[in-house]
Design a binder for this molecule. Sequence first.
Ligand code: DOR
Ligand code: ZN
Length: 343
Amino acid sequence: MQKITLTKPDDWHVHFRDNLYLALTVPHSAAQFGRAIAMPNLVPPVTTVGQAQDYLVRLREHSPAGFTPLMTLYLTDNTTPADIEAAANSDFVHGCKLYPAGATTNSDNGVTDISKLSATLAAMEEHGILLLVHGEVTHSDVDVFDREARFIETTLEPLVKQFPRLKVVLEHITTKDAVDFVQQGPATLAATITPHHLWLNRNDLLVGGIKPHHYCLPIVKRHSHQQALIKAATSGNPTFFLGTDSAPHTRANKENACGCAGIYSAHAAIELYAEVFEHAGALDKLEAFASHHGADFYGLPRNTATITLAKQPWTVPEVYTYGNEVLVPFMAGQNLQWKIINE
Ligand code: DOR
Ligand code: ZN
């Protein structure tokens, strides 16, 4: 049987949600990853170090030995330089998440005008707190498929010029425009790539009937963009690294006339990436993408533990219990080729 052993990977972007839901989401991530950047878009959002600390305690209750949640703050119009200083003085907050207000799930309290946050961003630059960006404009006149490219032009490009020492991660990139911009950008700019944006293009969402379980934000794009993402992820370029954006929603909230955005991939994340890398003939680049580049960019040590994947087809469950309801995971009922094994 074919096997590969990797330095234990990290997930640089995941939605664990809270309370009852943590019983599913945290063990799934912990079975694959050493660390994970916990997104702060709870209801209400995690906007202060105190709230991040309380959330960390709840995450730790579900975390086995060997798994460390890394915390983030949710930027609002009212986040101050003092909030950033407090984050820098903690040893658990690693970044702040920028959601343009209204861009996605639980982003209503997000930033309405980034130009008003200059002092806060300057404090992040000063203290080495990373800026994690949901890169989409929200104007109703911009087509949903163009929102990432427009954000890069109108917001990201000026931002990286204005704050040349601020480390910025453009999260869950979906376009060739983003690949090119990040590749050509300064060393302070990097990007995460999700498994679903490597697996899917917009035909997988819209052809033969709408597939609500393939709906996420930023929305999946055309095939040529998917190919650009695969090329970037498998290139060995340290600018690109793993971030699943695993985003659970109940089945009822997905299979709905106004369905939520988000794809749950924590149950099989590294296996999903492995299959893409294998198809691209680049399994030898998986470890760097999954386990090295992200830690290096965040300025954290690489993990020392390892995981082993075997070529051992398995069938993804149709549903998982999620609180008192169920969720439908990515690739539900379908076969995946690689499986983590305990050696
Ligand atoms: O599809 C998404 N789901 N994109 C996001 O940006 C947020 C996430 C969520 O929290 O459900
Ligand atoms: Zn996300």
